[in-house]
Design a protein around this ligand. Structure first.
Ligand SMILES: C[S@@+](CC[C@H](N)C(=O)[O-])C[C@H]1O[C@@H](n2cnc3c(N)ncnc32)[C@H](O)[C@@H]1O
Length: 315
């Protein structure tokens, strides 16, 4: 995916996070209905872009393009065949665009309006209140994929790693790892019922249910980790948490055979590094910090100290 596209998607994701999910409803407000007539997709995009701009809706053109493309059955406006951009929309299509655009006027994130969003080439269902995956997170997945595929150590009893994702949301991280690591298995946990259901649905849509265990679990609750014991030691833990769970790291440490990969706020790497240094008893090292495509320190690789690979696999 191109950098520009990722940045645009990052902006839309950010917009998605700012508003709550309340107050979004389809409205029958007619005043912005394009004038009756033979309006092409391009003209409808221009119309709604102007309306969004006038109403102070951020990313007015991108929002309008995504909506019109969606109604015409495409992912992006740019990918529409030229003829579809110039031929008149049907009354039903116009009405559908209007309905979705009214949701945008109420600041509903585009991802929720469309009901799906691409992540690592997978089309995932999106629904409030579940977190919309950020384009930055694709970089975290790519880093893990690179580490796993370039690793000289065999992982997992079945030839692939057993991965734990803490806070799976829509399932974006877990499902993209599963789809690109055919031997891997994933335990995906989340405390939110809506997230658990959405990950389940997305796994089913992508036919990945046979290699994923989706567990409703609040990892901050006392004893919660014992629910994961039946699956044995994990090879990797990956998380894009709402914040860093210090106490969870303490509990996780003995269970992890290799690594933790985290997406964090750019202010976190320094704090996490100092904290780990102050806690040698945890035997965890911050071995790498990576920047996202905007140059902000965003991803952490934390590893158990001491002997690597074989010895850790024996643990
Ligand atoms: C920032 S979202 C990330 C979602 C998804 N991994 C992604 O990148 O799109 C964090 C997720 O962690 C979940 N979560 C927050 N606290 C949790 C806890 N104590 N135990 C389990 N899941 C938790 C939230 O419900 C949410 O789905």
């Amino acid at each position: 995916m191109e950098l520009g596209d990722r940045m645009l998607r990052a902006l839309l994701s950010a917009l998605g996070r700012k508003g709550g999910t309340r107050g979004w409803a389809f409205s029958s407000w007619q005043s912005y209905m394009p004038l009756a007539g033979l309006l092409s997709a391009t003209e409808v995009v221009s119309h709604w872009t102007a309306v969004f701009e006038k109403r102070g809706i951020p990313e007015a053109q991108a929002s309008s393009e995504y909506i019109v493309a969606h109604v015409l059955g495409a992912k992006t406006f740019q990918s529409l065949r030229p003829v579809l951009r110039t031929q008149p929309l049907s009354p039903w299509q116009l009405q559908h665009v209007q309905k979705l655009s009214h949701c945008r006027l109420q600041r509903m994130p585009v991802q929720y309006i469309l009901g799906e969003w691409d992540f690592q080439g997978l089309s995932l269902k999106m629904a409030p209140p579940v977190f919309i995956p950020r384009p930055e997170t694709e970089e975290l997945v790519e880093w893990v994929l690179k580490e796993v595929t370039q690793s000289s150590c065999p992982m997992g009893a079945q030839g692939g790693p057993l991965i734990l994702e803490v806070g799976c949301g829509s399932g974006a991280i877990s499902l993209s790892l599963l789809s690109q690591l055919p031997q891997s298995r994933v335990i995906a946990v989340d405390k939110g019922e809506a997230a658990i259901c959405l990950t389940q649905e997305n796994a089913q849509r992508l036919r990945l249910l046979d290699r994923i265990q989706i567990v409703p679990l609040d990892v901050t609750l006392e004893g919660s980790w014992s629910h994961l014991l039946p699956w044995g030691p994990m090879d990797l833990v990956i998380s894009n948490p709402p914040y860093i769970f210090h106490q969870d790291m303490e509990q996780l440490a003995p269970e992890i055979r290799r690594s933790i990969f985290l997406e964090v706020d750019p202010r976190h790497p320094e704090l996490v590094g100092s904290w780990l240094q102050s806690r040698p008893d945890l035997s965890l090292d911050l071995v790498a910090v990576r920047k996202d495509f905007c140059g902000r320190p965003r991803f952490l690789h934390i590893r158990r100290s001491g002997p690597q690979c074989g010895c850790l696999m024996e643990a």
